[in-house]
Design a protein around this ligand. Structure first.
Ligand code: PMP
Length: 408
């Protein structure tokens, strides 16, 4: 299997050199936000030092060069997802905005009272709430794809949920709360057999594995910059060209029009610009391109293999802790370790372990329906990235044991 030069990777991340409460930082909250390599940080300096201008309409050199950098990134994203055409790539503020775009444009135009949308119980709130808001307005029905005690979607139940009214399946590729990798390719095929579309939330898959939207046959695929070693404030919606072309605009404004007239009405730009109203986060988009180039340079196969080893090591280490229960035991898991401990509240563990320099996440991970099924309102979650090491996992496991001994 491919191997990572972790020391060289760590040298790309200035933040990993800092201390927290006088201890070396051990950053294990990567599923919330990954850290940023200097190549991405440098992209901001370069953009504002050399290129800064508004894009698309300018005739001057800076506007031209900024436009080229922005549109060049669209091509980088196309390659990253193996999409067919760069006009199928729409820049958004993140996964959340990408899903809201689909709900408000495709959903509002296509969903009728009595229609059905299937949403998995593993979803992040961002792939639940936009659909609930729209359902209240339109009167379609949301049906929930159940998960078993391992955190695996029940595929037989999934098949059984389809009726002639099923229009859309909304599912994540990888669960942020438990790390479950969902068989989205098979789920897409089943959705299509029933004449339904599938929207895949790829926020947690894109950092860890190669994604091929063509192979999955996803109708829509969304991800966020800040989870793929890129900046906050930028994300991507991939959509099949034919679908995007047929969809009405969502937000209106500059950039997304062809002509505007009070008398004759307004006509709209072609995709992708139809869905990019207003000045976008230009520097962030360009920096996202650098992040994807950084990932490709390291190699997602190598990253995924390394994180699988980290996960196995972490799982073995914490399993020795008395009264600790791991949530999410799917056979196919990404680098996420969710757990609860008898007699120690997640919040207390998170606060105390921070005192020892270790950053993990505690809470409901924006997945309350999933946690509710397990009778929980919070778990602790350690999540891994390319720059994490076995030594850091050992520091984490020892710190966790100390913290548990303190609170019990
Ligand atoms: N979906 C999943 C699976 C996520 O993990 C997240 C971020 N925690 C989101 C959606 C939302 O992403 P963002 O906040 O970047 O829009």
């Amino acid at each position: 299997p491919p191997v990572l030069d972790v020391a060289a990777i760590r040298a790309d991340f200035p933040i990993l050199a800092r201390q927290v409460h006088g201890k070396p930082l051990v950053y294990l909250d990567n599923a919330a936000t990954s850290q940023t390599p200097r190549q991405v940080i440098a992209a901001f300096d370069d953009y504002y030092s050399r290129l800064n201008a508004n894009i698309h309409r300018g005739l001057h050199t800076l506007a031209d060069e900024a436009t080229a950098a922005f549109e060049g990134t669209r091509e980088t994203v196309r390659g990253f997802l193996n999409a067919g055409a760069s006009r199928e790539i729409i820049f958004t503020r993140g996964t959340t905005e990408a899903i809201n775009l689909v709900a408000n444009s495709w959903g509002r135009a296509n969903l009728r009272p009595g229609d059905e949308v299937l949403i998995s119980r593993l979803e992040h709130h961002s792939n639940i709430v936009p659909w609930q808001l729209l359902a209240q307005e339109i009167g379609f029905t949301i049906k929930v794809i159940p998960v078993d005690e391992r955190g695996v979607l029940d595929q037989a139940a999934y098949r059984a949920l389809f009726t002639e009214r099923t229009r859309l399946v909304a599912v994540n590729h990888v669960s942020n709360a438990f790390g479950t990798v969902n068989p989205v390719r098979e789920m897409a095929s089943i959705a299509h057999q029933h004449g339904a579309l599938i929207l895949v939330d790829g926020a947690q898959a894109t950092p860890h594995q190669r994604v091929d939207v063509h192979d999955i046959d996803a109708d829509f695929y969304a991800f966020s910059g800040h989870k793929v070693y890129g900046p906050t404030g930028v994300g991507v919606l991939y959509g099949k060209a034919a679908l995007l072309e047929a969809m009405p605009p969502w937000q209106g404004g500059g950039e997304m029009i062809r002509t505007v007239s009070f008398e004759a009405g307004t006509t709209f730009a072609e995709i992708p610009h139809k869905f990019e109203a207003g000045t976008p986060a230009i520097a962030e988009v360009v920096a996202l391109g650098k992040a994807l180039e950084w990932i490709s340079g390291v190699g997602l196969d190598a990253i995924g293999a390394w994180e699988a080893r980290l996960l196995a090591h972490a799982t073995a280490r914490v399993s020795r802790i008395d009264g600790l229960r791991i949530l999410g035991t799917a056979p196919d898991k990404a680098g996420v370790l969710s757990f609860v401990v008898d007699g120690a509240h997640a919040q207390d563990i998170g606060l105390l372990i921070d005192q020892l320099g270790v950053a993990i996440r505690t809470g409901h991970h924006c997945a309350q329906p999933l946690l509710a099924q397990f009778g929980l309102d919070a778990t602790c979650r350690a999540s891994f990235a390319a720059y994490n090491t076995f030594e850091e996992i050992d520091v984490f496991a020892e710190a966790l044991q100390r913290v548990i001994d303190m609170v019990r």
